[in-house]
Design a binder for this molecule. Structure first.
Ligand SMILES: C[S@@+](CC[C@H](N)C(=O)[O-])C[C@H]1O[C@@H](n2cnc3c(N)ncnc32)[C@H](O)[C@@H]1O
Length: 418
């Protein structure tokens, strides 16, 4: 999985190819021959590196995002291995929307669910297709917002940042009002789609313009230890560069799939309610559930995105309460996490078509000081949820906290026919 993979850094900084340094090549695969070898290939493709698509993969960082190569390899491979050419794809932990974007590229109907209110917004932006004509209009709007924001800075227009003090403290005293002014300009933009897109672009620049070195340092508890300088106008100009780069990629997506491919849907909800969320047009069943659930005690999405949620005025209360596997709750222990994962598996089982397939990418957890191997956990809990594990591939992952390497597993499950 990727930490903070963000190729849309700025046009000049954009990498061409970036390896997933934290994921080593897979070492084992077992179960159904064809599926096990497909899972192995998917992990292998991820370990090899990211081939930079022109599309908006990586736009807006999302910790532990599924490597696009995993989703792409599975969607490609299932055509031969499973005869799956169409049918609805669901990601009940859709995060930054990687699976949604790959589903669009594969012209599959898609539903993404995530309890983090930011997720649906990022997913919608990353999968939006913009025609060249629409792009010209969008770029004119971006340029006007950047110009007005810079004029506010030059004229020292007074503005209040509507964020809590601890969020405000993350920005230099001259950057905070520039951001608040920029956000007011975004809020004043005509047109819902433009406004929503620009709010996500705003969210995507927040770490870069803060005093912190990066999101990943924060995940490791190194918050603010290493301050950086951010110049006047940088926030506005970086925002503009990101918006133009995103637009270029949205146009590339339009060129790749055209306007007719099914439009993905992203909703803010709990993965455990998945069966109730499936579209009636699909007969309330999915052909494929492709997802990476939270790893036990590893990440903390509510805290990680707290600044972004505060700036955008998004309510994080339900997410903070019901986030699964959060690092801040490691003291809850493996039994609580088992109960959460069992409920997720039951929801997945009730959402799958009889001949459907679920593929989960999950890393070993660590709860109350105990390592919880994710493949063993899924195997233990599957049957009680009406599922059976049909294939597994595993790869070692470098652990930034040190100690023995944890494993990442791609696990394929099918419904048990009763
Ligand atoms: C490993 S990430 C998924 C990353 C995603 N596959 C991507 O490529 O960006 C796990 C996600 O689970 C979400 N999450 C945590 N608890 C949840 C819950 N109860 N229901 C739905 N989503 C939840 C988090 O917000 C996070 O986005």
């Amino acid at each position: 999985m990727t930490d903070d993979h963000d190729p849309v850094a700025s046009p000049s900084e954009r990498p061409v190819r970036r390896p997933f340094v934290d994921l080593a090549p897979p070492t084992t695969a077992r179960g159904d021959d064809a599926l096990a070898s497909l899972l192995f290939d998917a992990l292998d493709a991820a370990a090899e590196g990211v081939v930079e698509h022109d599309v908006p993969h990586g736009f807006h960082s999302w910790p532990a995002g599924m490597p696009p190569a995993v989703a792409a390899t599975i969607l490609d491979g299932l055509v031969d291995v499973d005869g799956q050419k169409g049918g609805g794809v669901v990601d009940p932990f859709s995060g930054g929307g990687t699976v949604g974007l790959e589903a669009v590229l594969h012209r599959r109907p898609f539903l993404g669910v995530d309890l983090n209110p930011l997720s649906a917004r990022v997913g919608a932006v990353r999968t939006h297709r913009r025609s060249p004509g629409e792009a010209d209009q969008f770029k004119a709007v971006v340029d006007a917002v950047v110009e007005r924001s810079k004029r506010r800075v030059r004229e020292r227009v007074r503005v209040r940042a509507e964020v809590p003090d601890d969020v405000a403290a993350a920005y230099a005293p001259h950057v905070l009002p520039e951001l608040a002014g920029l956000l007011e300009e975004v809020a004043a933009v005509d047109g819902d789609e433009h406004r929503r897109t620009l709010a996500v672009v705003f969210s995507s620049i927040l770490t870069k313009v803060s005093r912190r070195r990066g999101d990943t340092a924060r995940l490791g508890g190194d918050d603010g230890a290493d301050e950086k300088r951010v110049g006047r106008f940088f926030a506005s100009e970086f925002f503009g560069a990101k918006a133009h780069e995103l637009c270029r990629r949205q146009v590339a997506l339009f060129a790749r799939v055209g306007p007719a491919a099914p439009k993905p849907r992203f909703v803010v909800d709990d993965a455990r309610r998945l069966p109730a969320l499936l579209p009636p047009a699909w007969g309330r069943r999915a052909a494929l559930v492709l997802t990476s659930p939270p790893y036990g005690g590893t990440y903390d999405y509510a805290r990680h995105h707290a600044h972004r949620l505060a700036w955008l005025g998004l309510d994080a209360e339900r997410f903070s309460r019901d986030e699964i596997g959060a690092r801040r709750r490691r003291d809850r222990g493996p039994a609580t996490f088992d109960a959460e994962v069992a409920a997720v598996l039951a929801a997945v089982s009730d959402s799958l078509a009889d001949d459907g397939l679920a593929v989960l990418l999950m890393g070993d957890g660590e709860l109350a000081g105990q390592r919880v191997p994710a493949d063993g956990q899924l195997e233990r809990l599957a049957r009680g949820a009406g599922l059976s594990v049909v294939a597994v591939a595993s790869a070692p992952r470098l652990d930034w906290r040190g100690g023995p390497a944890r494993q990442e597993h791609l696990v394929a499950l099918r419904r048990v026919h009763r």
